[in-house]
Write a protein that binds this ligand. Structure first.
Ligand SMILES: *[C@@H]1O[C@H](CO)[C@@H](O)[C@H](O)[C@H]1NC(C)=O
Length: 240
């Protein structure tokens, strides 16, 4: 028993490097100290572990989500910005916005309370996240938003460009229907072929084109006098 305590003291001492045993500071961490978790008792199966303790918050302090021991009135770590008010149960859908979406106001019951900040009464949130008077909202949600390459701003959100663009979303009344066409110009890396985009075509030349093995027929936009131009069939190395 005495030897077990001595062993623990040595272990703790190695960690906190200084004062050892119950009540010792926890590696210099504020507001907490080392406490044995139970009365020190060795068992046959585990002669040491039963004596282990832990750093616990000092009396009057509680541990917050960041792992620090603070007074309970200091539990909130959310810092509200200008024109915001703190709430212990924040729900994004209840925050007033410059450009509310259809689902705003249709809030479910949150699974757990997450602290956060609402815009103060009379203020609304811009797509950039600031709370402003409604008169100071940008005139459209995409104003002032710079989307990273490959994405574009739609209703204040940066969404990948051309995602989901295939013929399933484009209804065409042209004889050739919808076809994936390689445009002449596109944004993207130079010297790489433009990604195919859905287009309504008058004729789909690929229907009558056969390419040799390893090649595939790709409709390619060709310059013409007055658009829309008929894309022409090309045989390109098949993409795997
Ligand atoms: C110790 O507690 C005080 C009072 O709650 C708090 O202000 C301080 O940040 C705490 N220290 C640490 C390291 O969390």
């Amino acid at each position: 028993m005495v030897r077990a305590i001595l062993l623990i003291s040595l272990l703790v001492g190695a960690v906190s490097a200084g004062v050892v045993g119950p009540g010792a500071p926890c590696g210099g961490r504020e507001n907490e100290s080392f406490q044995l978790s139970k009365a020190c008792e060795a068992t046959c199966a585990n002669p040491v572990q039963e004596c282990l303790g832990d750093c616990v918050c000092n009396e009057g302090y509680v541990r917050n989500a960041q792992g620090n021991c603070v007074k309970s009135e200091d539990c909130s770590v959310v810092q509200c910005a200008l024109n915001e008010v703190y709430t212990s149960c924040y729900q994004e859908c209840e925050d007033k916005k410059c450009f509310p979406s259809d689902t705003d106001g249709l809030c479910g019951i949150p699974p757990e309370c997450v602290p956060g900040c609402y815009c103060k009464r009379g203020f609304v949130r811009t797509p950039q996240g600031k709370c402003v008077k409604p008169a100071n909202c940008p005139s459209n949600p995409c104003e002032l938003i710079r989307c990273p390459a490959g994405t574009e701003c739609v209703n204040g959100d940066c969404v990948p460009t051309n995602t989901g663009s295939d013929c399933s979303t484009l209804a065409c009344l042209t004889p050739g229907g919808c076809a994936m066409v390689q445009p002449l110009v596109c944004t993207g890396p130079v010297n790489t072929p433009c990604p195919l985009v859905p287009m309504c075509v008058n004729a789909n030349e690929c229907w009558h084109t056969r390419c040799s093995l390893g090649y595939e027929c790709v409709l390619q936009e060709t310059a013409c006098g007055s658009p829309p131009c008929t894309p022409h069939a090309t045989c390109q190395l098949a993409r795997i």
